[in-house]
Design a binder for this molecule. Structure first.
Ligand code: BGC
Length: 888
C-alpha cells in the first residue's frame, strides 16, 4: 500500500479507532469509581507507557502534575491551604476564606472543629476557579524555638497536640475528597538557610518529638500526600533521605500515598527517586525530568522498579482525589459562603486565649463603660495570616478596631490612636469592610503619635492596645529576638501608666518578651494571626459574648535565655545541633524547673471549673490493653463555658532520662453554669513509652505510672496511678545504624581527620579553592573547572588508620569516582570505587587502611556541563566514631 492510500485509510479508520479506544477506557477499571483502589491503580499503571510513567515524576507547572490526555488523566492541581485556599497563579489564585493560622487552630484544642474548618477549605479548593485537588497543609513541624519564622503556621511545641490537630484537619479535608498534604517532613524548624540547614538530631528526639505528628497523620489520619522539607537531616536533604522517606514513613508507618518535594527542594535525580521522593515540584522539574531520569536509568543509578513504585503512589493520590471520576461541578458559591465565614469566626473565638484577667477586668461591662481607647497600628491593620505561602487573600477582613467599634455600639465612644507613625508592615488586607468605618473613630494622626495614644487612653474608661510582631516573622524569616518591634513596649508602658484598665492584645505567631510591661497591665489576650474574622472574634471575647476557651499550644517563657534552643538556633555554617534532644518546650522548662511566664496548656475562662477525682476503668494496664481515665468536670461559675482537660503521664521512677510529664490526652467539654459532665480519655501502653534507640523499639517498662490531669501543664488538679503489668515493646523495623550511615549524628560524633589539613586539587574555579572542602564549613565549597577527571587530595600529616570518607556534594556531584590513599602523595591505591555516585551526602566505607594522604578522584560528572563541587571532604578513622549515644 502506498503512503497516500495508507494515510487515507488511517483517516477513515481514525474515528473508529479512537471510539473503540475511548470506549475501552470508558469501561476501564481505572475509570470505574466503584472499583477497589488497588485495582484501579494497577489497571492505569498497566496502560502507561514507560515515557508516560517517567513524565509523571516531575510537575507540569507551578502547581500541577503532568496530564496523560491519551488516557483521560488530567493534571492534578495543588494549592497552599494551611489557613485557606491560597492558590498559585491565575488558575486557582484570587480570594478565599481566610481562616485563622495553624497556631490558632491548635489553641482551640478541638480537632473536630478544625476538621470542619479543613472540610470548608477543601470545599473551597474544589470550587475556587478551576478547582484544586491537593492542599498543601497541614504544616505540623514542631515549634522548637520561640524565634521560628513559621511557628504561627505550625500547631504546637508538643507532638501529641500537633498530631491530634493534624488528624482532625486531615480527616475533615479528605472527607470532602481533597487530599491533605502533611508537611514539611521533617525538622523544618527554622527559616534561616532553610534549604541547606543540616539538622543534627538524634533518633530518640526524632522519634519522640519531631516525627509523631507525621506518624499520627499517616496512621490515624490516613493522609494521601506528604511533602518533604527543604532542610538536611543528619546529612542528606529530606528529599534525598532514604531513612526518613522509605524506612520510617513508607515501610515503618505503612504510608502508601504520594511523597513530593517542597518547591525546588529536590537536588539530584536518582538519589531523590531512590530515597522515595515520588514527585518533584514544581514543573519544569530540574532533576526529575525525563532526560535526567533516563540518564540515571542508563547509568544504573536507579531502577525501573523504583520509578514504578513512585508512579503507583502518584496514581493512588490522583485516583483518591476523584480526578478520574468525571468532571467536578464547580459551585463558586461555596467560596466564602456565610457558613464558612461563620466557621472562620468560630475557630478564632475558640482559639484566642485569655492569658491575664486581673480583678476580672474582662469581660467589659457595657453598663459601666462609656469610652474605649483602641490603640496601635495593628488595631487598624492587623496581620491576619502568617506571611508567605499560607497567606490567603480574603474577600474582606475585620480589624480589631472595626470589630470593637461595631460591638461597642452607639453608646460607647471609641478613641483610636495608632501610637506610631509608620506601619512597618502594611498587610495586604481587606477589601470592603463591613459595618462601622474606623475613619469615624476619633483619630488624630498629626502631631506626636505616642502622646495622642496617651491622651486617648487618659480620656477613656478602658484602653485596648493591639501589638504585633508585624512582618518580623514568616516564611523565610526567623525573628531576630523575642522583643516586640517598633517601640510597642514603650507604647504599652505609656498607655498603662495613664490608664490602669489597660488590656493588651497580641497579634503574632511566636511568644514575645513581655517583661517590659506585663506587670502593669491587668488584661492580656493572645489573638495570634486570627484570620478574616479576627476583629469580630476579639470583640466577642472582650465583651463576653463568647467565653474564652483557648489554651496555649506552646510555652511562653519569661525570656529568650530560658528556652532550650538558646545557643543552638539557627546554628552556624549550615549546621544546627538539636542538643536539647527531647527537651523541647515544656519538657525543658519542667526538667530545669524554670518558671514560664505562661505555661503550656494555660488559658483562662470567665467561669471556673472543678475537677472531680479520677476513675480508671481498671488499675492495671496490660501491654496489649487500654484503659479509660474518667473524671467529672463541673462548671462552678455563673457563665456557660468550655474547658480543656489535659492528661499528662508522669513516670515517678524512670529507668532512663525522661521528661517530668508528657501530654498524652485531652478533651474539650462545654458546660452550662452549674453543669457537670463526665470526661473520658483513653490511655494505651504506647502512651507510656519512650523510644529505646539501642533496642530499636518503643518501650514502656513495667511498673507504676502517674496519670496527671490538669488545667495546664503547671496546674495539675488530679492524679491516679496505673500499673503496667509487664514491659510493653513495639519493634521499629529499621536500624539506627542506618541513620548514622546517612550522615552521622551530632557535631562530636566523629573526628574529621581532614579538617583544616593541607589540601590540593587538580583545578579550582575562581574563589572556590580546595581549602573550602576541608574548612569544616558546609556553607563553602570547592568547585573544579569543567572536565571529566578532577581530584582533591588531603595530607593528613601522619600515617593514620582510616576506614571511611564522607562526601558532602554541592549540586555538581560525581557519578564515577574513586577514593584513593597514598603514603607518598604520588602513587595512589583505590580503596573504593563506584560508577554510580549519587550526590548529596555519601558515606564511603572501606577496609581499614594505613595512609597519610587521601583523595577523591572524580572521573564522570553526574550532571551535564562537567565539573564537581564538594562542600566537604571528610576523612575518618576507626575507633573515633560514636554513633547514637553522642546526641540524645
Ligand atoms: C513552602 C511550602 C509551600 C510551597 C508552595 C514552599 O516555599 O515551603 O510550604 O507549600 O512553597 O507554595
Amino acid at each position: 500500500m502506498n503512503s497516500p492510500i495508507r494515510f487515507l485509510l488511517f483517516l477513515i479508520l481514525l474515528p473508529m479507532l479512537m471510539g473503540s479506544s475511548l470506549q475501552a477506557q470508558d469501561n476501564a477499571v481505572y475509570l470505574n469509581k466503584t472499583a477497589p483502589l488497588e485495582d484501579r491503580v494497577n489497571d492505569l499503571f498497566g496502560r502507561l507507557t514507560e515515557d508516560e510513567k517517567i513524565s509523571l515524576l516531575g510537575g507540569a507547572s507551578a502547581n500541577t502534575t503532568v496530564a496523560i490526555p491519551r488516557l483521560q488523566v488530567p493534571s492534578m492541581r495543588m494549592a497552599d491551604a494551611g489557613a485557606g485556599v491560597r492558590g498559585i497563579g491565575s488558575s486557582n489564585g484570587g480570594p478565599a476564606s481566610a481562616f485563622p493560622s495553624g497556631v490558632v487552630m491548635a489553641s482551640t484544642w478541638d480537632p473536630a472543629l478544625i476538621g470542619q474548618a479543613a472540610a470548608a477549605i477543601g470545599d473551597e479548593a474544589h470550587n475556587k476557579k478551576v478547582g484544586s485537588q491537593v492542599l498543601l497543609g497541614p504544616a505540623v513541624n514542631i515549634q522548637r524555638s520561640p524565634l521560628g519564622g513559621r511557628n504561627g503556621e505550625y500547631f504546637s511545641e508538643d507532638p501529641f497536640l500537633a498530631g491530634q490537630m493534624a488528624v482532625g484537619y486531615i480527616t475533615g479535608m479528605q472527607g470532602v475528597g481533597t487530599s491533605s498534604c502533611i508537611k514539611h517532613f521533617a525538622c523544618n524548624n527554622e527559616e534561616v538557610d532553610r534549604r541547606e540547614a543540616n539538622v543534627l538530631v538524634g533518633e530518640r528526639a526524632l522519634r519522640e518529638i519531631y516525627l509523631p505528628a507525621f506518624e499520627a497523620g499517616v496512621k490515624e489520619g490516613h493522609v494521601w500526600t506528604v511533602m518533604s522539607s527543604y532542610n538536611r537531616i543528619n546529612g542528606p536533604h529530606a528529599s534525598a533521605n532514604h531513612y526518613l522517606l522509605t524506612d520510617v514513613l513508607k515501610q515503618g508507618w505503612g504510608f502508601d500515598g504520594m511523597m513530593m518535594s517542597d518547591w525546588h527542594g529536590a537536588h539530584q535525580t536518582a538519589t531523590v527517586i531512590n530515597a522515595g521522593n515520588d514527585l518533584e515540584m514544581p514543573g519544569k522539574p530540574r532533576n526529575l525530568n525525563p532526560a535526567a531520569i533516563k540518564l540515571a536509568l542508563q547509568n544504573g543509578q536507579t531502577t525501573t522498579a523504583a520509578i514504578d513504585e513512585n508512579v503507583r503512589r502518584i496514581l493512588r493520590t490522583i485516583i483518591r482525589t476523584g480526578l478520574l471520576d468525571g468532571p467536578w461541578q464547580l459551585d463558586p458559591t461555596q467560596v466564602n459562603s456565610p457558613e464558612h465565614q461563620k466557621l472562620t469566626r468560630d475557630v478564632a473565638e475558640q482559639g484566642i486565649i485569655l492569658l491575664k484577667n486581673q480583678d476580672n477586668i474582662l469581660p467589659l461591662d457595657t453598663t459601666k463603660i462609656h469610652s474605649i481607647a483602641v490603640i496601635g497600628l495593628a488595631a487598624d491593620r492587623p496581620q491576619i495570616e502568617v506571611r508567605g505561602s499560607p497567606e490567603v487573600t480574603p474577600f474582606y477582613s475585620v480589624s480589631p478596631l472595626v470589630g470593637i467599634t461595631k460591638r461597642a455600639g452607639n453608646d460607647i465612644a471609641i478613641h483610636f490612636a495608632p501610637g506610631a507613625i509608620d506601619n512597618p508592615a502594611p498587610v495586604p488586607n481587606s477589601a470592603p469592610v463591613p459595618a462601622a468605618d474606623p475613619a469615624q473613630a476619633q483619630t488624630d494622626t498629626t502631631g506626636n503619635p505616642l502622646q495622642e495614644a496617651v491622651d486617648a487612653a487618659k480620656n477613656s474608661d478602658v484602653a485596648v492596645v493591639v501589638v504585633s510582631t508585624f512582618r518580623t516573622e514568616g516564611e523565610g524569616h526567623d525573628r531576630p529576638s523575642m522583643s516586640l518591634p517598633n517601640g510597642q513596649d514603650a507604647l504599652i508602658q505609656a498607655v498603662a501608666a495613664v490608664n490602669k484598665r489597660t488590656i493588651v492584645i497580641l497579634n503574632n505567631g511566636t511568644p514575645v518578651d513581655m517583661r517590659p510591661w506585663i506587670d502593669q497591665v491587668p488584661g492580656l489576650l493572645e489573638a495570634w494571626f486570627p484570620g478574616q474574622e479576627g476583629g469580630n472574634a476579639i470583640a466577642s471575647i472582650l465583651f463576653g459574648d463568647v467565653n474564652p476557651s483557648g489554651k496555649l499550644p506552646t510555652t511562653f517563657g519569661m525570656r529568650r535565655e530560658d528556652y532550650p534552643d538558646y545557643g543552638n538556633f539557627p546554628g552556624v555554617k549550615f549546621r544546627v545541633a538539636y542538643e536539647e534532644g527531647i527537651y523541647v518546650g515544656y519538657r525543658h522548662f519542667d526538667k530545669e524547673n524554670i518558671a514560664p511566664l505562661f505555661p503550656f496548656g494555660f488559658g483562662l475562662s470567665y467561669t471556673t471549673f472543678e475537677y472531680g477525682p479520677l476513675q480508671l476503668s481498671q488499675p492495671t494496664l496490660d501491654p496489649q490493653g487500654k484503659i479509660a481515665v474518667s473524671l467529672d468536670v463541673k462548671n462552678t461559675g455563673s457563665r456557660a463555658g468550655q474547658e480543656v482537660v489535659e492528661l499528662y503521664i508522669h513516670d515517678p521512677s524512670p529507668k532512663i532520662d525522661k521528661p517530668v510529664r508528657e501530654l498524652k490526652g485531652f478533651a474539650k467539654v462545654a458546660l452550662a453554669p452549674g453543669e457537670t459532665k463526665t470526661v473520658t480519655i483513653p490511655i494505651t501502653p504506647r502512651d507510656l513509652a519512650y523510644f529505646d534507640v539501642p533496642g530499636k523499639q518503643w518501650k514502656a517498662d513495667a511498673g507504676d505510672y502517674e496519670i496527671q490531669i490538669g488545667a495546664s501543664s503547671r496546674d495539675i488538679r488530679q492524679h491516679a496511678t496505673v500499673h503496667l503489668a509487664s514491659d510493653f515493646t513495639e519493634a521499629v523495623p529499621l536500624s539506627s545504624d542506618q541513620l548514622a550511615l546517612n550522615g552521622g549524628f551530632g557535631k562530636d560524633a566523629a573526628v574529621d581527620l581532614a579538617a583544616g589539613k593541607p589540601v590540593q586539587a587538580s583545578s579550582a574555579l575562581d574563589k572556590f579553592g580546595a581549602e573550602e572542602a576541608v574548612d569544616n564549613d558546609d556553607t563553602t565549597h570547592w568547585s573544579s573547572q569543567p572536565g571529566d577527571s578532577q581530584w582533591l587530595m588531603v595530607d593528613l600529616g601522619t600515617t593514620t588508620t582510616i576506614d571511611r570518607v564522607r562526601l558532602f556534594w554541592a549540586d555538581e556531584y560525581a557519578l564515577g569516582y574513586a577514593i584513593q590513599v597514598s603514603n607518598d602523595g604520588q602513587s595512589w591505591t583505590d580503596v573504593a570505587k563506584t560508577s554510580k555516585g549519587m550526590g548529596d551526602v555519601e558515606w564511603v566505607r572501606f577496609a581499614p587502611t594505613q595512609a597519610r594522604w587521601a583523595r577523591v578522584l572524580a572521573s564522570q560528572p553526574g550532571k551535564t556541563g562537567g565539573g564537581y563541587s564538594l562542600n566537604s571532604f571528610e576523612v575518618y578513622g576507626s575507633g573515633d566514631h560514636a554513633p547514637a549515644a553522642s546526641v540524645p
